[in-house]
Design a protein around this ligand. Structure first.
Ligand code: SAM
Ligand code: DTB
Ligand code: SF4
Length: 344
């Protein structure tokens, strides 16, 4: 990893773009900030450390930057389910794949508020509303703005994941009181075309720029176990870690394989490789909350404990993600008690 502090001009107007990793060592001149750049090779070197050495390194970084035994908990709700126009190869909500997901229109405000209240009562600090859209139309956004304002008024942090944002939409979300916007890069630029064709990597970066520009916290990560190589896992982390300002929240999802999606039947990833990915995320993004996201149901307590040891300090909490299952809150509370973790 290279740290650079220099006196030449800092181009803070720079738009986020796919980072040319080969050029990184020569880049990053900036007037008043120290720029840390991670090359894919640097991150690969982390992945290739002996497992215990990598976890030790991750623990040291974790303890320097975070409360070691605290885990942030967010509850998800699918406010508009299925029938999506996009072709994300992992997603059960894409209209073009034949899955068991039933299409549902945008939920009513009162039903969303009832779900938010239940999440708060069960100990969640953040409520994340997800919609199966390519992006919101204005007539879709208006009722969601109301949901955000009212969930916020209940004393919960708010998060939304609504797809790509157009000019002016991030401003409206900020005005409504949105704390976080989730929009994932999903994978490395080199593998992206094998996963999605209906939107580009740059489209995603443009949405992330819109979110950043209005000071909404960025929640951005990806999916591991989609058949990508280790170098591509490192490539995803390089894109995230090298952002001008890395995401505040980094969800690392293990692919949940759903019958009917193109990715169903992908060879399962070794769980220890997943733990390594969490550790590499922790080391490369010391200040971010790293969220152990989809896939926890298939992990068991021991693998999840390793993920927390590797620096994961956030989870999705509650029995459902968007359309697939997640551990019951009781099971998570029991695991937290066994590990001496507290919810934040
Ligand atoms: N439709 C919006 C979008 O794609 O931007 C928001 C919702 S979308 C379901 C949010 C994220 O969930 C995706 O970007 C992807 O990273 C994750 N996701 C979806 N299906 C998944 C699966 N089967 N396994 C793991 N993660 C998944
Ligand atoms: C994220 O990174 N993972 C969450 C959330 N952001 C929106 C979604 C996981 C979805 C898993 C498949 C499903 O339940 O449909
Ligand atoms: Fe649609 Fe989002 Fe699923 Fe892609 S991930 S198909 S955009 S709901």
């Amino acid at each position: 990893m290279e740290q650079q502090t220099s006196s030449s001009a800092c181009n803070s107007e720079l738009q986020t773009s796919i980072i040319n990793i080969d050029g990184l060592k020569a880049a990053g001149n900036c007037d008043h900030v120290t720029v840390e750049r991670w090359s894919v090779d640097d991150i690969m070197a982390l992945f290739e450390l002996p497992f215990n050495d990598l976890l030790h390194k991750a623990q040291l970084v974790h303890r320097e930057h975070h409360e070691p035994n605290a885990v942030q908990v967010s509850t998800l709700l699918s406010i508009k389910t299925g029938g999506c126009s996009e072709d994300c190869g992992y997603c059960p909500q894409a209209a073009r794949y034949h899955t068991e997901v039933e299409n549902e229109p945008l939920m009513k405000l009162d039903d969303v508020l009832a779900a938010a209240k239940a999440a708060k009562d069960s100990g969640a600090s953040r409520f994340c509303m997800g919609a199966a859209w390519r992006g919101p139309k204005q007539r879709d956004l208006d009722p969601v703005l109301k949901m955000i304002a009212e969930v916020k008024a209940m004393g919960l942090e708010t998060c939304a994941t609504l797809g790509m944002l157009k000019d002016g939409q991030a401003e409206q979300l900020k005005e409504a009181g949105l704390d976080y916007y989730n929009h994932n890069l999903d994978t490395a630029p080199e593998y992206y075309g094998d996963v999605i064709s209906t939107r580009t990597y740059q489209d995603r970066l443009d949405t992330l720029d819109r979110v950043r520009s209005v000071d909404i916290n960025v929640c951005c990560g990806g999916i591991i176990g989609m058949g990508e190589s280790r170098a591509q896992r490192a490539g995803l982390l390089a894109q995230l870690a090298n952002m001008e300002q890395p995401p505040e929240s980094v969800p690392i999802n293990l692919l949940t394989q759903v019958e009917g999606t193109p990715m169903h039947g992908t060879e399962a990833l070794d769980p220890l490789e997943f733990v390594r990915t969490i550790a590499a995320a922790r080391v490369t993004m010391p200040n971010s909350f790293v969220r152990l996201s989809a896939g926890r149901q298939s992990m068991g307590d021991a693998v999840q404990a390793l993920c927390f040891l590797a620096g994961a300090n956030s989870i999705f909490y509650g029995e459902k993600l968007l359309t697939t299952g997640n551990p019951e809150a009781d099971a998570d509370n029991a695991l937290f008690a066994k590990l001496g973790l507290k919810k934040i």
